[in-house]
Every structure is written in structure tokens, then in C-alpha cells.
Ligand binder design. Structure first.
Ligand code: HEM
Length: 364
């Protein structure tokens, strides 16, 4: 081991770091004990956001390489995705520590920090842009998001808004999937037949069911019809685009088909990593949603339905973000159209071999 003279406190810049907590209540001569916790929990969040950006930037650079994603990078991308998921799970724990502060104690110092708010967290907005939650249109200069930022902050956010998001790059990656253009094997006709058969069985079972009232049956049949329409959209560009415009889909048709194929045939060796990656996208989406939900509930508990220090409606605003901030919801919707392995169209042996790791000495 090389022995050097680096000291722990110097390496970690602890002198600086541990002097960054400056409660405003103490400066005003009305020291509120809980303010230290409030600052530390916010600062640790920002540090972890920094780490999330470090991981996300690397995943973005893997997926934005010209032409193709180098399969050797997939393992690293997966590990980094998983790390981001774990960070957001950890941050929920940070919020729980903050909830050891009573609402009445928060009032001891809340007025000192107005109009500061997590609403002004640039790292959080950049994260939303990089993932694809937010778009350039939503970040227009007139938006509430932008009105709370100062000019260097909005310049940073605007610059990011011009770059494609992870959602964009994942869509492009899926669209390039070579197995969608298989010659001599019409997978989609076979699959459509198999799923239609199961959908039909479901409909008959529902109509003949003795356990549901006529009212319940009617409602369920309506849902069935909607599912059938969504299923048919898997084979029809026009129908798919309509769902996209209505906000029911976000990936392109080709990307959706590739993601579905990966889900259905995830046992094939070459599809295992892509499957795990798609799974991690859903995990990250969920981990962030869970953080949002924990944060919204905490806010409700702390300030009831008062408006936020950042000028939003407070809890009602935060609750509304829960339903519209999922980026990879399409990947969850695919489960509607999964069928048991025993009913899946069998892949021709040539085709299956191309999805396998094992190539013999002649490359066959
Ligand atoms: C007592 C604790 C907290 C309260 C009462 C609170 C309250 C609020 C409120 C009311 C909003 C809506 C915007 C506004 O009008 O201000 C908000 C947004 C936000 N807060 Fe908190 N917050 C707390 C803790 C935290 C912590 C620890 C973080 C960690 C960084 C955080 C990060 C955020 C973020 C990122 C937003 C923007 C969310 C979005 O626009 O989707 N908050 N907070």
C-alpha cells in the first residue's frame, strides 16, 4: 500500500462540509432546535441527488452513443440503475427521520425560510428532465417551475431541456432491436392469435359468470373492451399514435413491440440483460414515485393544506404530481398482454439460436 499524508478530514473537506449548516432561527436570536435537522436532511438529499446525476449521466452516455449501445456496457448500466433505485429508497428513510419533527416545532422556524422551497431544487428539475418526466414545453419561461428559479438556475435548466432524455434514448434503443425484423417467421400474427384466444376466453368467462351481478359484469366488460382496443393498437400504427396523443402511451409502436418481445422471451440468453434493464427502469420510476408520495404525505402532516413556501398549492399540488410523473408506465402496461409460456408461439430454431450465447465453431 502506498503511504501518503492525506488526512481523513482533508480528503472529505470536513471543515467546509460541517460548517455549511447555518440555521436562520439562531441568526435571528430565536434558535429553534429542529432547524438543524431540517437543514441536514435537505443537504443530504442534495448530496444524494448529486450522486444520482453521476450515475444517470453515465447511463445516458451509454445509451446515447451513436448507432448502438455497446452490449459490454449493459452490465455497468444495470448496476448504476440499481444504485439510483437504492438511493431513492434510502431517501425515503431520510424523510422519515425528518418526520420526527412535530408540525408545531416546524412553525418555530418556517417563516425564516420563506420563499425558499424544494420547488427551487435545480438538481431535482434536472433529474426530471434527464429522465423524461419534464419536457422542454413544460419548462417554458412562463411556467411556475421557471418562475421560482434565478437566472443562472434557469439557464442551467434550459440547457438541459434541449437534450434528449433517458426515455428518448431507451425508445431509440428498443426501436433498433434486430429481432423485430425476423425473416420467414411472422411472430406477430402467431402472438396475436394466441392473445386473442385468451381474451375471448376471458370475455366468455365473464359473461357466463354467476358470481358477479349484471352491473359488475357490465363494468368489467367495458374494461375488457378497452383492453381489447389497447391490444389491437399493438398492431396498428394509427391506433397506437392516437393512444400516444391521448397520453395513454409514451413509447413508439416499434419500441413497445420490442419491449413486449423482451418480456415474453426473457428466458432467451441474449434478452436477459435487456429484460433486467427494462425492469430497473420500472424500479427507478417506482422508487421516485414512492419518494414523492412519502414527501407529499409528510407535507400534509406538517403544514396541512396551507400553500407552500415556494408558492404552489402545497399538498394538493404535490399529490397531483403522483399521477403524472411516471416515465416508464408503458412498460408496466405490457403485463396486460403477457400470456403463459405454454401459450407463446414457439420460436423457430434458427431464430432462437440468434438469441442464444452459444455459437458453435462455424458460427452456426
Ligand atoms: C418539513 C419538511 C418539508 C415541507 C413542509 C415541504 C414542503 C413542500 C411543499 C409545500 C412543496 C411544494 C412547492 C412549494 O410551494 O413550496 C415542496 C416541493 C418540493 N420539496 Fe419539499 N418539503 C419538505 C421537505 C423536503 C425535503 C427534505 C426535500 C429534499 C430535497 C424536499 C424537496 C422538495 C422538492 C424536490 C420539491 C418539488 C417537487 C415537485 O415540484 O414535484 N422537501 N415541498
Amino acid at each position: 500500500m502506498v503511504s501518503g499524508s492525506t488526512r481523513y478530514s482533508e480528503y472529505l473537506q470536513l471543515d467546509g462540509l460541517l460548517n455549511l449548516q447555518k440555521p436562520l432561527s439562531a441568526q435571528a436570536g430565536q434558535a429553534a432546535h429542529e432547524e438543524m435537522l431540517f437543514i441536514v436532511v435537505h443537504q443530504t438529499h442534495e448530496l444524494w441527488f448529486k450522486q444520482v446525476h453521476h450515475e444517470l449521466d453515465s447511463v445516458l452516455s451509454i445509451f446515447s452513443k451513436k448507432g448502438k449501445v455497446d452490449e459490454r456496457d449493459m452490465g455497468s448500466a444495470l448496476m448504476r440503475m440499481n444504485r439510483m433505485v437504492e438511493i431513492f429508497r434510502l431517501l425515503i428513510g431520510h424523510l422519515r427521520v425528518l418526520q420526527t419533527m412535530a408540525p408545531l416545532d416546524f412553525l418555530e422556524f418556517r417563516d425564516f425560510l420563506v420563499p425558499a422551497s424544494g420547488f427551487q431544487s435545480v438538481q431535482f428539475r434536472l433529474l426530471e428532465l434527464k429522465l423524461g418526466v419534464l419536457t422542454k414545453e413544460k419548462m417554458c419561461p412562463m411556467s411556475t417551475y421557471m418562475s421560482v428559479l434565478n437566472s443562472p438556475e434557469s439557464a442551467q435548466v434550459n440547457a438541459q431541456a434541449d437534450n434528449p432524455s433517458l426515455h428518448h434514448w431507451v425508445c431509440k434503443w428498443l426501436e433498433r432491436a434486430p429481432f423485430l425484423d425476423s425473416k420467414g417467421f411472422d411472430f406477430w400474427t402467431e402472438y396475436r392469435k394466441a392473445v386473442r384466444g385468451r381474451l375471448e376466453d376471458d370475455r366468455v368467462a365473464l359473461e357466463e359468470s354467476l358470481s358477479f351481478s349484471e352491473e359488475v359484469k357490465k363494468r368489467q366488460l367495458l374494461e375488457w373492451t378497452k383492453n381489447e382496443e389497447h391490444f389491437e393498437a399493438l398492431f396498428d400504427e394509427g391506433k397506437h399514435e392516437k393512444l400516444r396523443r391521448e397520453g395513454d402511451r409514451s413509447l413508439s409502436l416499434r419500441a413497445t413491440q420490442a419491449a413486449l418481445f423482451i418480456h415474453l422471451y426473457r428466458d432467451q440468453p441474449l434478452l436477459q440483460l435487456p429484460y433486467q434493464f427494462l425492469n430497473q427502469l420500472v424500479e427507478l420510476d417506482e422508487a421516485i414515485q414512492n419518494w414523492r408520495s412519502e414527501h407529499a404525505n409528510m407535507v400534509h402532516r406538517m403544514i396541512g393544506v396551507k400553500v407552500g413556501t415556494g408558492g404552489s398549492m402545497g399538498y394538493p399540488y404535490l399529490k397531483s404530481t403522483l399521477s403524472r410523473t411516471r416515465v416508464f408506465g408503458d412498460l408496466c402496461n405490457l403485463s396486460t398482454f403477457l400470456i403463459p409460456r405454454t401459450h407463446l408461439p414457439k420460436l423457430p430454431s434458427d431464430f432462437a439460436r440468434n438469441l442464444s450465447f452459444f455459437v458453435d465453431a462455424l458460427g452456426h
